[in-house]
Design a protein around this ligand. Structure first.
Ligand code: PRX
Length: 658
């Protein structure tokens, strides 16, 4: 397919989305009770950005008030300078002090069906004990702690314990491989790892500790390992290094003085994929981050004291950090945590949970909604979902069909939907409806949050008129924005601030309609979004070529009805290597083992050639078109003659692709 044809196809897709003209004003009953009732909040924040955020920050508990709201020396922002606070105090102590100690912080459900509820007072006690254990294990203020755990209550306890003593955490999603874990431990120079024997996944115990052992054979900074017991499966413990949680935490003093942290002290690192093989350590700090996530959580989800808020993400991703842990706890909200997969033991599990805990707000990813659509509405229909009053989505563009299904089948037609656009880097949601005042449209993230100055630029950095598309940009700082890439200021400046100098470029394409509503169009760089998770094409390519039978590999994202995008790998085998479905399968497994199961290509296509420009750049656009034009399942396949010809013709023409 020619470049012009590909562009035309993309434009048709955009037109299809823009032809979506259904609008949903806030249901009157919802609007009547919403905390934010007037558009005046947008004007107020735009007129006085610092005043707006200072008012929000003042809702937190500070040991020492700040002196300067914002110091903005592009591309570096500092918020609430001079202020001192502790995140765990804001999440726990002050609610207990206000008499809310008996309020449930989390209803927790394990995959096998075991259940627990932990109150704010209990959580505070556990956090302080864990914090004291961390100290006993040699962790001090400023030391990095890597956390690699299933969705059990020890996970938020561990994260909050780190904040108590001022030790930044870096949580690594439990689905990542030993090697990915080792990369993150090494880059962050973590001193301690907190893990568990394993967790439950699809009805079976899934071990974690062996991955930690393998990772630590590749790392030198870690001194101690704290291991929570979850599955009871046998685990090798290294003498003098590894210690069981239940042998060191319960006996600790239940009081641990909170560290007085500077507003700009590092709160956590969270690694995410960029356009190279090396993940980036996104650095978040304390005062601004907490202000940003608490404010957005409260306003976007219209949080009331009696809400039961379920963000069905994993704490290993930023969505979990901001909207399972820090936002909701700062607001004293009751949350739900579920350990396992949505279809265990059957696809009604989520709806069972909603009914049992009377969940009022559900926040999830479009991929999950599409999976539920596939399983059929009868699973939800068997349960009483009338407690739900608001729904949210995050992580990837939502197709209007899934939006409508969610609104009808799950929300019973009465719940507004907030489609929130944001990133690991932004820390908090930035484009989103406010459910009491925004008219929503299926597939649109609608408007920038109050105080967020977004725009859409053309190639030359000019704002495009309403109705046109281009690059999404953010023109003013916001409190929860990243403060850098850990130990790599040059990459920070190049990745986010060089495309349009002085302006933050997130890497997303977007379009604004005649009403000024934003429609996200996907990434414009070599980053894929598979089931709402970010994956770098280069990272998977380097995993593939690390197999010594592979000469070259090129990876692209291919549209997928369920996961948004699916990984499609073109592979050239070394000469003398026989290509076969079995080899393709081995390579798919190899990616899963190197990076994690989420990085397993859906399709591997062996080809004798890859299309390159004269300067040697792989023509990804052509590869995307080839991948898209084929009817394929989970498979390995040999490129047919037509494909090879297309590749050869393109290479001969050698036109620049991107
Ligand atoms: O491309 C955008 C997409 O997910 C990317 C951020 O991924 P990550 O850092 O893993 O964080 C995901 C959860 C916040 C963005 O650059 N994305 C996220 N939310 C949306 C979205 N695309 C369209 N609509 C959204 N609501």
């Amino acid at each position: 397919m020619t470049e012009a044809k590909a562009t035309e196809q993309r434009e048709i897709a955009i037109e299809a989305l823009l032809a979506e003209d259904r609008t949903f004003p806030p249901p009157p009953e919802f609007a009547a009770q919403a905390d934010i009732q007037s558009n005046e909040i947008y004007e107020r924040a735009a007129a006085d950005l610092e005043g707006f955020w200072a008012e929000e920050a003042a809702k937190l508990e500070w040991f020492t008030p700040w002196e300067t709201v914002l110091e903005w020396k592009p591309p570096y922002a500092k918020w609430f300078l001079g202020g001192e606070l502790n995140v765990s105090v804001n999440c726990l102590d002050r609610h207990v002090a206000a008499g809310k100690g008996d309020k449930v912080a989390y209803y927790w459900e394990g995959e096998p069906g075991d259940r627990a509820a932990i109150t704010y007072a209990e959580l505070l006690t556990e956090v302080q004990k864990c914090a004291n254990a961390l100290k006993e294990l040699g962790v001090g203020r400023g030391d990095r702690v890597a956390i690699y755990m299933p969705m059990i209550l020890e996970l938020p306890i561990a994260m909050l314990a780190c904040t108590r003593i001022g030790a930044p955490h870096t949580v690594v999603f439990g689905g990542f491989s030993a090697e990915s874990l080792a990369d993150r431990i090494n880059d962050s120079q973590a001193k301690l790892v907190i893990t568990a024997d394993g967790g439950y996944r699809r009805g079976k115990p899934s071990p974690l500790k062996p991955n930690v052992d393998a990772a630590l054979s590749l790392s030198t900074t870690v001194e101690r390992v704290l291991v929570a017991r979850r599955t009871g499966e046998p685990v090798a413990m290294v003498n003098g290094r590894d210690v069981w949680w239940d042998e060191i935490v319960p006996g600790q003093d239940a009081r641990c003085e909170p560290e007085r942290m500077q507003s700009e002290d590092m709160l956590f690192l969270l690694y995410t994929s960029g356009t190279t093989a090396k993940p980036k350590g996104i650095l978040h700090t304390t005062g601004g981050y907490l202000t940003g996530v608490a404010t957005t959580h409260r306003s976007i989800f219209d949080i009331k004291d009696e809400d039961v808020f379920w963000c069905a993400a994993d704490l290993g991703w930023v969505t979990g950090h901001s909207y399972i842990l820090y936002g909701p706890l700062t607001n004293g909200t009751t949350g739900v945590m579920y350990e396992g997969t949505p279809d265990y033991p059957d696809p009604s599990r989520w709806w069972d949970i909603v009914e049992r805990y009377q969940v009022t707000i559900l926040y999830t990813a479009p991929t999950a909604i599409r999976a539920h659509m596939k399983w059929g509405p009868h699973h939800a229909a068997r349960h009483d979902l009338s407690s739900l009053r608001l729904l949210g989505t995050v992580g990837e563009p939502i197709n209007p069909e899934a939006w409508i299904w969610y609104q009808q089948q799950i929300g019973g037609g009465r719940c507004p939907i907030v489609d929130t656009w944001w990133q690991t880097e932004t820390g908090m949601a930035l484009l989103t409806p406010l459910p009491g005042i925004t008219t929503t449209k299926p597939g649109s993230a609608t408007k920038p949050f109050p105080g967020v100055d977004a725009d859409i630029f053309d190639n030359d950095g000019n704002a495009v008129p309403l109705g046109e598309g281009g690059y999404l940009v953010l023109k003013k700082p916001w409190p929860a924005m990243l403060r850098g890439i850990y130990n790599d200021p040059e990459r920070y400046e190049r990745t986010y601030w060089s495309r349009f100098p002085g302006v933050y470029f997130p890497g997303d394409g977007a379009r604004r309609d005649a009403d000024g509503d934003y429609w996200l169009m996907g990434r414009v760089d070599d980053v894929m979004n598979v089931s709402g998770h970010r994956l770098s094409t280069t990272e998977i390519e380097s995993a593939l070529v690390s197999d010594d039978r592979v000469a070259e590999a090129a990876v692209v994202g291919r549209p997928d009805d369920l996961t948004g995008e699916a990984i499609f790998a073109f592979v050239i085998a070394k000469s003398g290597i026989e290509t076969s479905p079995a080899l393709g399968e081995e390579l798919r497994q190899h990616c899963a083992a190197k990076i994690g199961p989420i990085a397993r290509p859906k399709t591997v296509m062996f080809t004798p050639d890859l299309p390159k420009t004269r300067s040697g750049k792989i023509m990804r656009r052509l590869l995307r078109d080839i991948a898209t034009g084929r009817e394929l399942g989970d498979t390995t396949t040999l490129a047919d003659a037509g494909v090879v010809e297309q590749i050869r013709d393109a290479s001969r023409a050698g036109k620049d692709d991107e």
